[in-house]
Design a protein around this ligand. Structure first.
Ligand code: RIB
Length: 292
């Protein structure tokens, strides 16, 4: 731990997108047009959401990523600095920032299309990036930037004793050497089915099950489940990111405590619209745990 003993230093390597969020009673089927009920632009991206979630949950967080040089870049950068996430390793590259088109229905379920933009240009790690990873307690990654960059970061983290948390989302086949450098994998139940045997190589596996909570499987055969606080769902977008960021911030307290904390954070994130805008503060998470 760096700053003080209970504050882990977390480096999040990942995406940052402007989310274009449309709300509608129900999502259209192919070929159908429906009338929507609202529209909002909210900073998102799995990487940025998890960075903000880890910060709000109590970590000291540095974000490694890229924005473009378009109209969205300033607001995306500000969303991180406003949340007190360090952005000295956030680069600006020529071209558009990442964009996510999101449709949220009355049940709070969503459909998302991501166009990577600047995130796809995160193909190299600088000496300063590598130094930040080596100095951190935890490296947290997802798969909305090039996989080779994630693999290089995980390799470097492992070599320097930095714990690697991977949220392999969107799920896809990954090089075997990436899995061997992952300490903790966080997947939803769909991703768990898709990735299946790959997950066997990971020491700590966390499977999120939406309103049902989350399951844990440890290196010594330990298994347990944690329930999720029951809440009124508005929008599930970013709930997995709130869970994962909170888990990273609490990992040093042990899997049992960290899963309980993360389940509370994920549930609270579903009670508000948007991704980064829905991520709960530390005090809210604590209150939700106490209320359980
Ligand atoms: O996990 C939710 C996120 O997925 C959204 O913020 C969107 O940008 C996509 O990355």
């Amino acid at each position: 731990m760096t700053v003080e003993s209970d504050v882990p230093a977390i480096v999040v390597l990942g995406s940052i997108n402007m989310d274009l969020v449309t709300t509608t009673a129900r999502r259209p089927v192919p070929g159908e047009t429906v009338l929507g009920s609202g529209f909002a632009m909210v900073p998102g991206g799995k990487g940025a959401n998890q960075a903000i979630a880890a910060r709000r949950a109590g970590g000291e967080v540095r974000f490694l990523g890229a924005v473009g040089d378009d109209v969205f870049a300033g607001e995306l950068r500000r969303s991180l600095t406003d949340a007190a996430v360090f952005t000295d390793r956030l680069r600006t590259v020529a071209g558009p920032s990442g964009i996510a088109t999101i449709v949220v229905d009355d049940d709070g379920e969503n459909s998302i299309i991501v166009v990577g933009g600047a995130n796809t240009r995160m193909s190299e790690l600088t000496e300063d990036d590598l130094a930040a990873i080596a100095a951190a307690d935890i490296l947290l990654c997802q798969l909305e930037i090039p996989v080779d960059t994630v693999a290089a970061a995980a390799r470097h983290a492992r070599a320097h004793g930095t714990t690697v948390l991977l949220n392999p989302s969107p799920a896809r086949a990954l090089p075997a050497d990436l899995w061997t450098n992952v300490d903790v994998a966080v997947v939803n139940s769909g991703e768990a089915e898709q990735l299946d045997a790959d997950l066997d190589t990971v020491a700590h596996l966390v499977v999120t099950r939406g309103a049902a909570g989350a399951d844990y499987r440890g290196p010594d055969g330990a298994r347990f489940s944690r329930p999720s606080p029951q809440v009124d769902v508005v929008d599930t977008t970013g709930a997995g990111d709130a869970f994962t960021g909170a888990l990273a911030a609490a990992w040093h307290r042990g899997p049992e405590w960290a899963l309980t904390w993360a389940c509370a954070a994920g549930a609270l994130a579903t009670t508000r619209l948007g991704a980064s805008s829905s991520i709960p503060a530390r005090e809210e998470i604590t209150a939700a745990m106490v209320a359980e």
